[in-house]
Design a protein around this ligand. Structure first.
Ligand SMILES: [Zn+2]
Length: 478
């Protein structure tokens, strides 16, 4: 007889036969729907392409949804592999399911989808009525969940999202995100006549940078913020005009590099180096490879107007950046990342990203950014926003899930929050009565050709889900 692990693995390999990069899930959705119809079920899709299928369960028990996204990030590891055309070819190696390296595996989140199919194919009497939710376009801004027809979660009391990567971790909340964009007209003036004047390019580089969700709590310096500090300190010693300033790459990336060109009234290299040494002494523990390069450049004919320069330097000093607050679990709850400063169409532009679980923290940070920027002549706008999944401590679903994990493994689950957006934030916005958790099996190196799925976490995961569903089948209706 096949083990549960083999059964789930076979279902996953069946999913792998149809390519399903984000935005190209239609063929796989149709195959899944056919398979479910073959079981006598009645799946339906919303206009966005999310697939829904109800499974019968104990009468009177709370409707419980199990959810996975069916798109994947197709990382390419071989020139012969074409994501839209080629199936994924899973192999077993050293206790993991992986590919031979030609592509990512798609266990994020195909592993969860396979378990959902397993639930459909293995009915059990001790279950609440189940709603399987196969969502699309998760990997490109949670698109399927964001646009999901609210009818898909209508009446759902509990939602189990299977997009976790760590077996033993129960996620009970995630930060929302706000992308902010500030601009100010860049005005120039003629460069002053300076008999001893020197022009320098100051480049800070070698910082670790990273993802503004996963890495912002790791005390990594922001190159733009450091550059601002360096320039403000320099100005105390040696007045200068700003010729140019830019740095960073994106809203959601911690800047690892930033550059400013300045025109000083006299040679200032030694003074600048001394200031940098003090800054470096402070940050070297976390950013040991940080460095400042100072290069002589030609004296320009034009510089930034004093207003523009002072405005930007003041913003760099006053802009709330980094960790704002932490959840009791130690995970960052609220943060801000000044991600990118650049010049476009006559404007100095500044992009930042807030991630907040707490609505008040989000408001406070937004107001602080808007105030500082407005005082310095910058106009602001919100480019995009997605809601938080506020952690609800000691909810029924979370408590039962932790007990079932303990029963299935003899160990305590880690109950925590995540500083990166998850689909339940959008789903909750459509049905605030739901309780949600995010759980998963052990996946490593997702979104890369080295992605792999630890096979011995399948069986205990399914056992935990079975126990949890059984407990929910007798949970009181609120
Ligand atoms: Zn995922």
């Amino acid at each position: 007889m096949e083990t549960i692990e083999q059964q789930v693995r076979e279902l996953f390999c069946w999913l792998c036969q149809t390519p399903h990069p984000s935005g190209e899930e239609a063929a796989l959705r149709e195959r899944i729907a056919d398979r479910l119809r073959g079981l006598g079920l009645h799946p339906w899709a919303d206009t966005r392409g999310n697939l829904v299928c109800d499974l019968p369960g104990r009468e009177g028990a709370p409707l419980t949804a199990v959810q996975a996204h069916i798109d994947m990030v197709c990382a390419v590891g071989s020139p012969d592999y074409v994501p839209s055309r080629d199936p994924i070819r899973p192999i077993v190696r050293d206790g993991f399911l992986c590919t031979a390296g030609e592509s990512s595996l798609g266990a994020d989140c195909g592993a969860g989808a396979a378990v959902m199919l397993w639930l459909a194919e293995h009915p059990a009497p001790q279950r609440p009525p189940l709603r399987l939710l196969f969502t699309v376009d998760e990997e490109v801004g949670l698109g399927g969940a964001r646009d999901l027809d609210p009818a898909c979660v209508d009446g759902v009391r509990y939602l189990i999202n299977t997009d976790g990567f760590h077996w033993g971790r129960i996620v009970i909340g995630s930060a929302g995100g706000v992308r902010e964009h500030f601009t100010r007209a860049l005005t120039h003036s003629n460069a002053p006549e300076l008999p001893n004047g020197r022009a320098y390019r100051l480049k800070i580089s070698g910082l670790r940078g990273g993802h503004s969700g996963f890495d912002i709590g790791k005390t990594r310096a922001n190159a733009l913020i450091l550059l601002g500090e360096l320039l403000r300190e320099t100005r105390m010693e040696s007045p200068f005009a700003l010729i140019d300033l830019s740095g960073g790459t994106a809203f959601n990336a911690i800047p690892y590099e930033a550059t400013a060109d300045i025109l000083t009234i006299a040679p200032a290299q030694d003074a600048i180096e001394q200031i940098w040494d003090k800054i470096y002494a402070r940050i070297q523990k976390n950013d040991p490879d940080a460095r400042l390069e100072i290069q002589d450049i030609d004296i320009p004919s034009r510089v930034w107007s004093g207003d523009t320069a002072s405005g930007l330097l003041t913003v760099l000093g006053g802009f709330a950046d980094g960790v704002y607050a932490r959840h009791p679990s130690g995970v960052v709850s609220d943060s801000s990342n000044l991600g990118h400063i650049y010049y476009k169409d006559g404007m100095v532009c500044l992009d930042a990203m807030l991630r907040c679980m707490d609505a008040q923290a989000e408001q406070a940070l937004q107001l602080s950014h808007r105030t500082v920027c407005a005082m310095c002549g910058f106009a602001g706008q919100i480019v995009s926003r997605y809601p938080a999944w506020p952690a609800q401590d000691n909810g029924t679903l979370q408590t039962l899930a932790a007990q079932c994990y303990l029963d299935a493994t003899g160990q305590e689950a880690e109950v925590t929050v995540q500083h990166v957006g998850l689909e339940p934030s959008h789903l909750l916005a459509k049905n605030e009565q739901m309780e949600c958790i995010c759980v998963g099996m052990e996946l490593l190196d997702c979104h890369s050709p080295q992605e792999r799925w630890k096979l011995d976490t399948i069986e205990p995961f399914v056992e935990m889900i079975q126990r949890l569903l059984s407990r929910l089948s007798t949970a009181p209706q609120p």
